[in-house]
Design a protein around this ligand. Structure first.
Ligand SMILES: C[S@@+](CC[C@H](N)C(=O)[O-])C[C@H]1O[C@@H](n2cnc3c(N)ncnc32)[C@H](O)[C@@H]1O
Length: 339
């Protein structure tokens, strides 16, 4: 999907590329430095349109990159579900989902409190998918077979409201794609705790369903990074705005009532590699360990690939040696690929 594909369906028609870029910059400042103005875009057609243009093009590859971490059998289960997009905004993740499932698309319900955003979502959907029905502002009547998605919305509504929607819709599966910020982490932990109490299994990122070992850390919080290959047009505009849209921090959590899956070890922090080793903090569920993986056991190409390991990757290892502050391990698999 390119900028030009969605421009005719924005609520506000930008006079020029410069006009659009300044609106995106204003929006971005409201999200970061001028947090007191964070909700302005929900009542302003110009800012809502800028949000739509920028995040539609970047959230489509983002969802696809997140799905690469998740078990393929679970993704097959999701395809049999109706999507309920909570805090759907203009529907950027709804569209990312539609693009990802393709002809398996079964329908979507969007739940969204902003009138401007609902108008924008309707216009965009009807423009891009004129033959597909969009059901807005309601939870599905059918209580089973739904997949709830929070795309950058649980952080705006807070954990209580997010849990209220979960209780109301009673989905089988839930995916959170939220900002990778320290301030959101305690909110995510409260949601995790409640979901585990009410019969959900955590599929990502936690290797175990025990208390999170980072829950009491003053400096660390569990979040992930993805590399996103943006299309050249988005790349060019991001560079003009000095916004990095290639390496994105985020908080991803996935839950299911009906499906269980355990990763044995999850990378939670990547340190700069030394001449001889890769250095990662790895979550084992009950504790976080520092792992050292020696470079010499891999050919140059694999070393290059391992330079791209990011927080969020799953690994499988064998212990080689316990060191004072770390474990030296042999890396067997990364993201289920044998090395
Ligand atoms: C950052 S936007 C994300 C929109 C969309 N999910 C996306 O990623 O493009 C957050 C959205 O959550 C919506 N929101 C906030 N609180 C809400 C609530 N209690 N119920 C429904 N939507 C809510 C806002 O109106 C806003 O559209």
């Amino acid at each position: 999907m390119l900028f030009k594909d969605c421009l005719p369906y924005l609520l506000h028609q930008f006079k020029s590329e410069h006009d659009l870029l300044s609106a995106i910059e204003e929006l971005s400042q409201n999200f970061t430095t001028h947090r007191e103005s964070i909700t302005e875009y929900l009542n302003d057609a110009r800012l809502a349109s800028a949000y739509t243009a920028f995040y539609l093009t970047t959230n489509i590859p983002k969802l696809a990159a997140v799905f690469k971490w998740l078990p393929s059998e679970w993704l097959e289960e999701l395809k049999k579900c109706i999507l309920v997009d909570v805090g759907a905004g203009p529907g950027t993740f709804t569209m990312a989902w539609k693009e990802w499932v393709g002809s398996d698309f079964l329908g979507v319900h969007q739940i969204e409190t902003s009138r401007i955003m609902r108008q924008q979502a309707q216009k965009l959907w009807e423009g891009i998918y004129p033959n597909e029905k969009l059901l807005q502002f309601s939870a599905p009547q059918e209580q089973t077979g739904s997949f709830l998605l929070f795309g950058h919305s649980a952080n705006e509504m807070g954990h209580k409201e997010a849990l209220r929607y979960i209780e109301k819709v009673r989905p089988d599966h839930i995916l959170f794609i939220e900002p990778g910020t320290k301030s959101f982490f305690p909110e995510m932990l409260k949601i995790r705790e409640e979901l585990l109490k009410t019969g959900f299994h955590v599929l990502f990122p936690c290797p175990l369903e025990t208390t999170c070992p980072m829950s009491n850390s003053a400096s660390d919080w569990c979040h992930q990074f993805i590399h996103v290959r943006q299309n050249p047009e988005v790349e060019r505009l991001s560079q003009m705005m000095k916004m990095d849209r290639k390496l994105l921090p985020l908080t991803v959590h996935a839950y299911s009532r009906t499906f269980e899956h355990k990763a044995s070890e999850r990378v939670v922090r990547v340190f700069p590699s030394t001449k001889f080793s890769f250095e990662w903090d790895v979550c084992l569920g009950e504790r976080v360990e520092h792992y050292q993986v020696m470079k010499k056991s891999f050919d140059k190409q694999t070393q290059k690939e391992l330079d791209e390991v990011l927080s969020g990757d799953s690994i499988e290892t064998e212990l080689e040696k316990s060191l004072e502050q770390a474990k030296r391990v042999k890396l067997i698999k990364r993201n289920n690929q044998t090395l």
